[in-house]
Design a protein around this ligand. Structure first.
Ligand code: GTB
Length: 216
């Protein structure tokens, strides 16, 4: 059955793979599932046709036969459940990998996303530097604990899993901030994720969308 996902027609990140379709593309590449992409404009995202797929008018969405999903974490989980390669076979290992998926999205991503938003929306406020400092200290607390947990391991819990896939996409949002580099095993961890052939295919595919849009 054909899988169709949605992505930005013209991503504000200019093809840096920061929009959340990237994690869905990566998951599909890891499990070897081909997929189509329907590109949507900001305007189209708020129209009834798209709202029927995504109640909050966002990307990504996922369609497969009569199944329609939204929320990148839920989509990655669905892919990982249906196909081998992203969750361990043993029940306890699987539960731990799922725990890391939630940790990436519920514990690590929120402070990182708040910082990214502040750098865009609050840059000209008189209290910006103070706010940024507080946000970055919140991020440091999470990264310090994550770094301690990871130690010298390649991945968060044994073999690469959907938990690592989500965590790497979350940490990539800190590129250029210098914060990740304060915990030397974390840039290495991100680099290991980015070196995976499936990651590269997903990254190139989303970059090609931006390149084509820029040519028009
Ligand atoms: N919790 C949802 C999920 O995980 O799927 C959040 C989905 C979401 O935030 N989608 C964003 C969206 O559709 C795109 S990814 N926004 C349009 C809207 O809300 O109207 C977030 C995002 C956007 C831009 C960048 N960037 O330019 O760097 C990075 C990430």
């Amino acid at each position: 059955m054909t899988i169709t996902i949605t992505a930005f027609e013209r991503s504000p990140d200019r093809g840096r793979g920061l929009a959340r379709d990237m994690r869905v593309r990566w998951a599909l590449e890891e499990v070897g599932q081909p997929y189509d992409v329907r590109l949507v404009s900001f305007k189209a995202m708020k129209q009834p046709e798209h709202l029927a797929l995504h109640p909050f008018g966002q990307i990504p969405t996922y369609e497969e036969g009569d199944l329609a999903l939204f929320e990148s974490g839920a989509i990655v989980f669905h892919i990982a459940e249906r196909h081998a390669g992203l969750l361990p076979g043993d029940a306890n290992g699987r539960a731990r990998a799922i725990t890391w998926m939630f940790a990436a999205l519920n514990t690590v991503e929120p402070p990182i996303f708040d910082r990214a938003l502040a750098t865009i929306l609050e840059r000209n406020e008189p209290w910006y530097e103070q706010r940024l400092h507080a946000l970055e200290n919140g991020i440091r607390k999470r990264l310090a604990d994550l770094s301690s947990h990871l130690g010298g391991a390649d991945w968060l819990d044994g073999a690469f899993s959907a938990g690592d896939l989500l965590m790497v996409t979350v940490l990539r949002r800190l590129n250029g901030s210098g914060i990740l580099e304060e915990y030397p095993n974390l840039p290495d961890y991100v680099a290991r994720g980015e070196a995976r052939p499936a990651y590269k295919r997903a990254f190139d595919a989303q970059l090609a969308v931006f390149t084509a849009a820029s040519a028009n």
